[in-house]
Design a protein around this ligand. Sequence first.
Ligand SMILES: [Zn+2]
Ligand SMILES: [Zn+2]
Length: 370
Amino acid sequence: MPDKNLAAVKVGPGTTELREFDLPDMPSDAALLRVEVAGVCGTDVSQYKLPLRGAPLIMGHENVGTLARVGREFARQKGFTEGDLVFLEHYLPCGHCEWDHMGEYRHCAATEWFYDPQAIRYGYTSLDIAPGLWGGFSHYVYLPLNAVLHRVPAGLSPEEAGLATPMSNGIQWTLMDGGVGYASTVLIQGPGQQGMCCVMAARQAGAGRIIVTGTSKDARRLEVALAIGADAVIDVQKEDPLERVMQITAGRGVDVVVDCTAGAGTKAVLLGIEATRRRGGTMVVQGEGNQTFPDFPIGRLTRKGMTLKSARGHSYRAVELALHALASRRFPLDLIMTHRFGLADVDHAIKSVGGEGAPGAIHVSVLPWK
Ligand SMILES: [Zn+2]
Ligand SMILES: [Zn+2]
């Protein structure tokens, strides 16, 4: 076991440098994760461009690794031992509130990084909060007792398990929040990794028809969407998406819409409202901190008896289901896992997800030991 750690550190907006750290002293109620894979997600693209909130930080919040050191008390309370391959949730919950008892760590106040500067969250927390190893673009990550771990099922490689975050969001938003099930008709907006995982979740749940939208630059992604289970795809720049949805559904509209667009905003929501069936549809939407929606057509919502829900993270249960869905081998995951980068190329990896680095990125993995 070495005593040094190497990490890619965000030192300013859009700027990363490699730094070496001493590994921290390990209390008996902590563990150390050797990061095998850290996934890059759309949130990383937007967060990377923002100014630092305090000290520099190690990004990377979709982490899979091997437990390299496990303190005695950590082992006793958590039931994990050295050598276990685990998926680490990016939430560090308080462990006491009602949400944590339900596995809904995303709602725990202690994980509310966006609004509370004290909250610790993997991939978002600065180096000056000891011991600083809070991100997966690093050889090692520090695990206090409240870290939430999931065992990776046998047969799933670390890189495949790295899809657990988008897949659990896909299950949460499509099945649990959207209510997609047997014979549902679904519109998934945006063919990025998140949209792809919604397609897989809907397919495995028995959806009757899955429609995916994208723009002209998404041509390859739309092909992949068809290969993993979509029934129809729409290039919204070449076709009238509403007209096409109505054509595909014989004028009925869809039961559920999931918005997985990066920033299509009001446009995506307006299409979603009109594309749902006449009564009782559900739409799961994205939205950012200060975003507003002038002239929101709330009357259309009422008239349709429609439900609008917010897509925000995932529950413990969704992650367990995601790992099992990935391990089911029903889907050609290699079509989605398009790029791998080492620690020295973290900047390029994030930019690739944002469409500015390597072309054709869907799911991008950082392999810190590569
Ligand atoms: Zn993410
Ligand atoms: Zn809590």
